[in-house]
Ligand binder design. Structure first.
Ligand code: PLP
Length: 380
């Protein structure tokens, strides 16, 4: 892997094998080698989500996947409920506005979880075609509790649309799990816990979600219409729009790596990384904005101790090869975001903790690097 520690909340460090797959000679999108890889990638994607319906792999980013989830299940004029614990939850309001979809929002204060009573109240008061959940909101480092949210939504007969962009392959997203009733759509992007460069929108539809699409004749989309794409997913020798040949190779390799590690082992590793990173940074007086029981396994949003200048701190880290992201919205300038997901290795996280401690010491804070690293290792 590259020497630079790319620890923003996506894109994430990309393994050499995946970059090698990406850099193979480009072939025709209908070449038998490509067709085989495409089919294999689709099969592994179905397995990743235990999806009983259809999965699609399309050139585009996570936002395309959000759009596809919405326009293929909800008609203009129908109403959805948006559960938002941050910037990306709120993005669904903009998407709904763009397509004339009505919505209500249950929002959490940034760094907190949506209140279950409030969600229940909204579901009692109105009938929603679908409810959106952001699994991990990348702006706050809060992770939704699917075990609690999905059942209360499914009881009311709404479709569950899960934004997995910052969670897929780091936290469990099992569409076959009876919550009761299962998740209907998981949408995601390639560049986070999947460990692939940015460029693929990946989306899974349950049988119920496909029925919702079949109930609509026309939808306000062309490229994002799954009806146009499904024939290609069934038979990649067909053409609709050119698939991203090299990215599919990279994605196929990434999925092989994920299944070699094993899903349970991978999810546990992510849990351990999250805990260990947050506990070690606490030694420096840096606390996550999210309480530990709702903190994400894939990334953390960490508040600075008094007197640390965000731009200066992050540029000093950058000079030492550690790339961190700034806070968003009300956390801009007072917090930074660190990714600990995908194929990031424990040694890379230890190195990041060392650099952060050294930079803090240079900025006049106590030098507690060895103690913080010990804390990381104790929590792994
Ligand atoms: C939770 C979440 N949803 C959606 C998106 C949008 O994905 P993209 O930037 O790939 O379009 C992001 C991007 O960071 C995200 O973190």
């Amino acid at each position: 892997m590259s020497k630079e520690l790319l620890l923003i909340p996506g894109p994430t460090p990309v393994k050499k094998e995946i970059l090698e797959a990406l850099s193979q000679d480009t072939v025709s999108h209908v070449d038998p080698r490509m067709v085989k890889s495409f089919k294999n990638s689709l099969e592994m994607t179905s397995k990743l989500f235990s999806c009983d319906g259809e999965v699609l792999i399309i050139a585009g980013s996570g936002t395309l996947a959000m759009e596809m989830a919405l326009v293929n299940t909800v008609k203009p004029g129908e109403k959805i409920l948006i559960l938002s614990h941050g910037y990306f939850g709120d993005r669904f309001t903009q998407l709904a506005d763009s397509f004339g979809i009505e919505y209500d929002v249950v929002s959490a204060n940034w760094g907190e979880h949506v209140g279950y009573d409030e969600v229940k109240g909204a579901l009692e008061a109105s009938q929603y075609k679908a409810v959106t959940i952001t699994h991990v909101d990348t702006s706050t480092g809060v992770q939704a509790d699917l075990e609690k949210l999905v059942p209360i939504i499914k009881e009311k007969g709404s479709l569950v649309i899960l934004d997995g962009v910052c969670a897929t392959a780091g936290a469990k997203e099992d569409m076959s799990h009876e919550y009761p009733g299962n998740i209907d759509v998981v949408l995601t992007g390639s560049q986070k816990a999947l460990g692939v460069p940015p460029g693929l929108a990946i989306i899974a539809f349950s049988k119920d979600a496909l029925e919702a699409r079949n109930d609509m004749e026309k939808i306000p989309a062309y490229y994002a219409d799954i009806k146009r794409w499904l024939p290609i997913m069934h038979d990649p020798t067909k053409y609709y729009a050119t698939p991203s040949v090299n990215m599919i190779w990279a994605y196929e390799k990434a999925l092989e790596i994920i299944f070699e590690e094993g899903l349970s082992a991978r999810y546990l590793r992510h849990e351990n990384y999250g805990k260990a990173v947050r506990r070690s940074l606490e030694i420096y007086g840096m606390k996550a904005v999210a309480k530990e029981d709702i903190a994400a396994v894939t990334m953390s949003c960490i508040k600075y101790p008094e007197g640390v200048d965000d731009a200066k701190f992050r540029s000093m880290c950058y000079e030492r090869g550690l790339v961190l992201a700034g806070g968003l919205g009300s956390f801009a300038g007072i917090a930074f975001r660190i990714g600990h997901m995908g194929n990031t290795e424990a040694d890379q996280l230890v190195e990041a903790i060392r650099i952060i401690g050294e930079v803090l010491a240079e900025l006049g804070h106590d030098n507690r690097v060895e103690e913080a690293i010990k804390e990381f290792k104790n929590n792994m």
